[in-house]
Design a protein around this ligand. Structure first.
Ligand code: NAD
Length: 490
């Protein structure tokens, strides 16, 4: 059944939530009195469409439907999840939450994006406080997985778990904050760094750019993969965490920090920081900076995915969920007769595109190689078979580039087996976006004995898979482009 989210307040954060829900297949209804809301959400969505789907190596579900509503009741009625993301003002949030609860279903989850208020504060005056909790995301909501999920004593455990499960299903990571506290966990840490940075600028120690460099060239990269404590554990060396604490513990009493003081927020300080920030980054427009940020985040998260670590491990877990619902067939016996078989369905990741603004050459081979791997699994040449000493080596490839494809595009590769006999396997892959042909890849492979590294006939399991595929594809016409060579110029 299609699930529906209502987004109340569609600014930076509400727009990001809308994008994450939509791209994970939910219908989304937006209520925001700002006449510009539709345009602004459209821009967030454009950024999300090029960056989010390609984080996955499995296809996301078809995008949900987005609609805008002038009446809040209409937006929230029938919604499974309602996300409040109006400005950070408690009286306003109370008013909005009361309006939401007057119209929404009793079983709906109402999450608030509040950066600072505790759930019990938001629940004040509500007849059904158990329906409201804090779901605090991080910008850009469509890429960063963390959502601090903060209940109060009014929320029962089953409700909190249901909310967490919804967040996991859209690729988020619900961090259950067990004890409510102003500003939750992450913003308290960020506030500490922010305060210290304001002092460093105010006291003329460092510029905004120098502070950013101190973060991004060093501990920022460390934090992104191991956080604080695991990083320090490693810093303690063989002696470990106790040694680290003993070594640096005493300096906590020294005046290394001005953390408990707050610099006076004068116009002078604001001008100083804004001026330095303009000098540092003013050459870029805000949309440009957002795109640079998204490119970098995707590249980093996909690198962590390769390591199955941190945010990358979460991406892998989300892929496993997505794959469970995919349309790819698992066995040759189930392949439909007379049509190419679907061997790849995914979106083009941002890091697959190049200076020409489209998918870079080597990634066509990457995609076709994934299709070949998939096809090998279909005919029984799976991990277990390969561990037993048999596999295929590619002997020859020919790729034709037919049309352009951009980041975020949902591509499919459909594969026809031209020959699967004895040690020979001849495959013809065709890559599409919808029904638009993008490229073809023709590959000739030989079955090998991984012990001798020489070609040999396949074992019975793969021979049977090939026979089944021959039955399914044997009667198909040869694709026009199969066997084509590069024409000589002139
Ligand atoms: N910006 C961040 O980095 C960030 C991160 C996490 C959480 N938050 C929290 O998210 C919430 C929203 O912040 P934001 O940065 O998106 O602000 P924003 O100003 O970009 O967006 C707020 C939106 O709410 C709309 N709005 C105002 N009154 C409304 C009403 N009565 N009904 C419906 N919509 C209304 C505005 O038109 C605007 O589009 C705040 O609670 C904030 O603390 C912000």
């Amino acid at each position: 059944m299609m699930q529906r989210a209502a987004i109340i307040g569609g600014g930076v954060i509400g727009g990001g939530w809308a994008a994450r829900f939509l791209l994970n297949g939910w219908d989304v209804r937006v209520f925001d009195p700002d006449p510009e809301a539709e345009r602004k959400i459209g821009e967030v969505l454009d950024n999300a469409r090029r960056s989010l789907p390609g984080l996955s190596d499995a296809p996301l579900p078809p995008e949900g439907r987005l609609s805008f509503h002038a009446d809040m009741g209409e937006a929230v009625k029938g919604a499974d999840w309602i996300q409040e993301s109006v400005p950070e003002n408690l009286a306003l949030k109370h008013r909005i939450l009361a309006q939401i609860q007057a119209a929404c279903d009793a079983g709906a989850v109402i999450g608030s994006s509040t950066s600072g208020f505790k759930p019990s504060q938001l629940q004040e005056g509500s007849a059904a406080p158990g329906q409201i909790l804090v779901a605090h995301p991080f910008n850009p909501v469509y890429l960063l997985p963390l959502v601090e999920l903060v209940p109060s004593a009014a929320n029962d455990a089953g409700f909190v778990e249901r909310a967490a499960e919804v967040l996991r299903s859209i690729g988020s990571y619900p961090l259950h904050v067990r004890k409510e506290i102003d500003a939750h966990i992450a913003d308290r840490l960020l506030e500490a760094v922010w305060r210290e940075a304001l002092w460093l600028v105010k006291d003329g120690i460092a510029t905004t750019e120098e502070i950013d460099n101190a973060i991004r060239y060093g501990f920022g990269i460390r934090w992104a993969q191991m956080g604080l404590f695991e990083t320090y554990r490693v810093a303690g060396g063989e002696a470990g965490m106790k040694h680290f604490m003993a070594q640096f513990g005493p300096c906590l009493a020294w005046p290394w920090t001005r953390l408990t003081d707050v610099p006076e927020f004068t116009e002078e300080l604001v001008d100083l920081i804004a001026g330095q920030s303009d000098a540092q980054s003013g050459a870029f427009g805000i949309r440009e900076l957002e795109r640079i940020r998204d490119n970098n985040l995707v590249a980093m998260m996909r690198a962590l995915k390769g390591q199955d670590w941190g945010a990358g491990a979460l991406l892998r877990a989300h892929d496993a969920r997505l794959k469970a619902g995919t349309a790819l067939v698992a066995r040759a016996a189930d392949v439909a007769e007379g049509v190419p078989v679907l061997t790849l369905a995914r979106a083009v990741p941002l890091d697959w595109t190049d200076y020409n603004g489209h998918m870079t050459e080597s990634r066509y081979l990457d995609a076709f190689a994934q299709s070949t791997d998939r096809f090998m699994e279909l005919i029984g040449c799976d991990a277990e078979y390969i561990a037993g000493g048999g596999s295929y080596f590619t002997a020859e490839s020919h790729i034709r580039h037919v049309d352009e494809v951009h980041a975020g595009a949902r591509i499919e590769v459909r594969t026809q087996m031209l020959l699967g006999e004895g040690r020979k396997l001849h495959l013809f892959h065709a890559m599409y976006e919808g029904e638009r042909l993008l490229a073809t890849g023709e590959h000739f492979l030989l079955h090998v004995d991984l012990g001798t590294r020489r070609s040999c006939p396949p074992g019975p399991q793969v021979a049977e898979g090939l026979a089944l595929m021959s039955r399914a594809h044997g009667g198909m016409a040869w694709p026009e482009a199969a066997g084509a060579a590069i024409r000589r110029a002139g």
